[in-house]
Structure formats: C-alpha cells, structure tokens
Design a protein around this ligand. Structure first.
Ligand code: SAM
Length: 382
C-alpha cells in the first residue's frame, strides 16, 4: 500500500481511483493517515491537511460513485439496514484481491485486523466479558452480541462457517458499512458525537446507481480530524431532523458490540434490571462531560429514572465490578495468553483483555454517575 514519509498508509491510490471517475470527487485538503503521523499507536482516519485550506461548511468532502461502492447491487434499497447479498458481494471482492475492479479499496480492507468486536472474541474472552457483565445483567445484553455471527450470518444468510473470507467480510461490514454499503474513504472517518467535533453529514444513494455524498456540516480547520457519527440522531442527540439522513439508535454498549470501542462523551446508556418483557424496568440516560468543569452530567430520559429497587441493583453492580477489579492482577495472570496463537477456550488475547477492562471502566463510571445523579435529585425532592 502507498505510504507517506513516516511509512503510514496515505490512501493516495484510493484517492486517484475515485477521482479518476467522472462522478468521483475528494476535497483537495483531505489527508488519509494517522492522527499523529508516524506514531503507530495513533488511530487511522480522515484529516484536513495541516498545510491545506480549511473545508468550508457545505463543501463536499467526498463524493463516491456507485461503481466504487461494494453494495447489494440492484437489490439496494435506501431504507434497508442489513443485506446478506452485500456481505456475499464483499466476500467475493475480497477473494478477488488485486484482480478486483475495486482493488485499491479491497487491498486496504484486507489489511484490517479481525477479532476486535466482542462477538469475535475467543471463547475465554467471551466468557470473561459475560462474567464482567454479571451474566446477562448489564448491557450489552447477550442477545445483541454473543451469537451475532451465528444467528445473522450462519442462520439468516446461510453462510459457511468454514469460510474465513465470509467471516472476515461479516465483521468488516459490522464495523464499516453504512446500511448495506461499503463506501471507500467515507468509511475511514472515525466516530464522535461531541458537538464541537462532529463536522459532517452523509447522504446515501437514493437508489442503486446514485453517488454517496459526504459533506462538511461546519468549517473544518487545517489539521483537524473529520468525524462521522455512528449513532447519529439517537436518543442523546439534539439535532435538526434534516441532519438525520443517516441515523442509528445505537447506544454506547451497542457501539462497543458493533465497532469494538467505547465512545467518548456524550454517551447514552440504558439498563434493564429484569429480563421480564412485560414490566417496564428500564432506566436510561445521557452522560455528558461539562466542558468547563470537566464534571459528568446525567440527563434522564423522561419517565426513565431509576426507582428504589433499581438503585439497590446499581449499587450491587458497582460493588461487584469493584470486587472483580481488585482481583485483576491474578485474573490477568490466569486468563491472558502470552501469544495470540494460544488464545482459545482457556486464554484470551491481550487486546480482548484490554477492551473488556476499558468497557468495565466505562460501565463503572456510568453507573456511579447515575447513582449520584439520582441521589441528588431525590434530595432535591425532599
Ligand atoms: C469505519 S472504521 C473508521 C476508520 C478506521 N479507524 C480505519 O483505520 O480505517 C470504524 C473503526 O474505527 C475505530 N474507531 C472509530 N471511531 C473511533 C473512536 N472514536 N475511538 C476509537 N476507535 C474508533 C474502531 O475500531 C471502529 O471499529
């Protein structure tokens, strides 16, 4: 793959391929690469060149022709969110590799690592995540993550369990597609819902054959990162409906399931104390960080405040998560494989371990913030 002076992928081949099509366009100020060029620990994404012109509000960042998108073909409908055909088509292109008509994109996709989503974890990783969640007590709830691949791909799409390319394609679409479309360049934008950072809007093709457009929703300064929202217009978003062309109601735990990372603030949480569907036991809130004080602020969904039983349950989980953390060193010794090849039924990879503990921190923080906020509003009522 083409690289910059630091040896980081720079997407020049992708940009040339897209702009060589009459309908293709990439803003001249766009840079593909690492957040901190040359630092392999920093994330890959889309940026405005430090020495480039700003991208003005309303300007097109990227326009991707239909032929350059991996899609379900004529079966595409812009209101459909899943498609077996799309995943089969992606697997077909991945197999073609260099000979694919979409080779610059396919070659980049083939460099992506697998195993980052909880549903892809080793048996030991899944088991420990389940333990951390108190069985099926805390989100993400098991039915949303544990057997996703088996239910969605093997059962619903009649996928082949022994086909590693199909498996890779399935997980790639989980973390990169936009409602059944794999869209080059656009899929390099990382996620943020921070209103000072989220700087784009996206417009899907109305029908097969149309282009995909990615547009600046505010001026983006040289050096800044271009962000997309992976759960735009969800419950914590306070946005104009015109901005909900692409949308999702995923909450923070769902992003962890589908993308393998814990989003920064603002976050959205929903806890369901019982699995009895006939009783309304959920409580849900948005969690934001106050820019000035740095304090966390909880905003409760209307009619979704916790009651006394919920609060006792929250305390129990905070306590349980704390006890687990005290045992971290011993658990690490017993559960983390020295090399990824040793991961399996008994041992998990280092990356799985780290990811589970990042999520543990996020859960503990969210539960503590909920507890404090509920205590504060109760004492206000007295
Ligand atoms: C659509 S891709 C975005 C581009 C990707 N970073 C790349 O290198 O090609 C989605 C993946 O990027 C990563 N990602 C996106 N936004 C992130 C964020 N705010 N924090 C951490 N990782 C993020 C996650 O691994 C996610 O599964």
């Amino acid at each position: 793959l083409p690289t910059d002076e630091h040896g980081d992928y720079n997407g020049i081949d992708l940009i040339e391929w897209i702009t060589s099509h009459p309908d293709g366009m990439i803003h001249e100020s766009i840079r593909i690469g690492r957040e901190r060029p040359g630092d392999p620990t920093s994330i890959n994404g889309l940026f405005v060149k430090a020495d480039g012109k700003p991208i003005e509000k309303g300007e097109t960042i990227a326009q991707i022709p239909w032929d350059h998108i991996i899609s379900p073909g004529n079966a595409y409908r812009n209101y459909k969110f899943t498609s077996c055909k799309a995943i089969y088509n992606l697997a077909k292109e991945l197999r073609r590799g260099e000979t694919s008509s979409k080779a610059p994109y396919v070659k980049y996709l083939l460099t992506q690592s697998s195993g980052t989503m909880p549903g892809e974890f080793s048996k030991a990783g899944k088991k420990f995540l389940t333990k951390m969640l108190g069985g099926d007590d805390l989100p993400p709830y098991e039915e949303t993550w544990k057997d996703d691949y088996e239910r969605m791909w093997l059962d619903q799409c009649a996928g082949d369990e022994s086909d590693e390319v199909e498996r890779f394609a399935y997980w790639l679409t989980s973390s990169r597609d936009e409602d059944t479309l794999m869209v080059p360049i656009y899929d390099m934008a990382n996620h943020s819902n921070d209103s000072t950072k989220l700087n784009t809007l996206s417009y899907k093709p109305r029908e097969a054959g149309d282009v995909f457009r990615f547009v600046a929703s505010m001026r983006i300064e040289p050096g800044a990162q271009v962000y997309n929202s992976y759960n735009r217009c969800g419950s914590c978003a306070d946005v104009d409906h015109d901005e909900c062309e692409t949308f999702s109601f995923y909450k923070t735990p769902d992003l962890f399931v589908h993308f393998g990372f814990v989003e920064d603030y603002p976050q959205s949480w929903e806890f369901d104390r019982t699995d009895d569907q006939t009783v309304d036991e959920e409580f849900e809130f948005c969690l934001e960080k106050d820019d000035k004080t740095g304090e966390l602020v909880v905003t409760w969904e209307e009619d979704a405040m916790p009651d006394d039983e919920d609060i006792a349950w929250v305390k129990e989980h905070i306590n349980r998560l704390g006890v687990l953390e005290k045992d971290k060193e011993r658990l690490e010794e017993n559960l983390v494989a020295k090399s990824n090849d040793d991961a399996g039924a008994k041992l998990m990879t280092r990356a799985e371990w780290d990811s589970i503990w990042t999520y543990h921190r996020a859960l503990t923080t969210a539960l503590n913030a909920a507890l404090q906020s509920s205590d504060a509003s109760r004492s206000d009522e007295l």
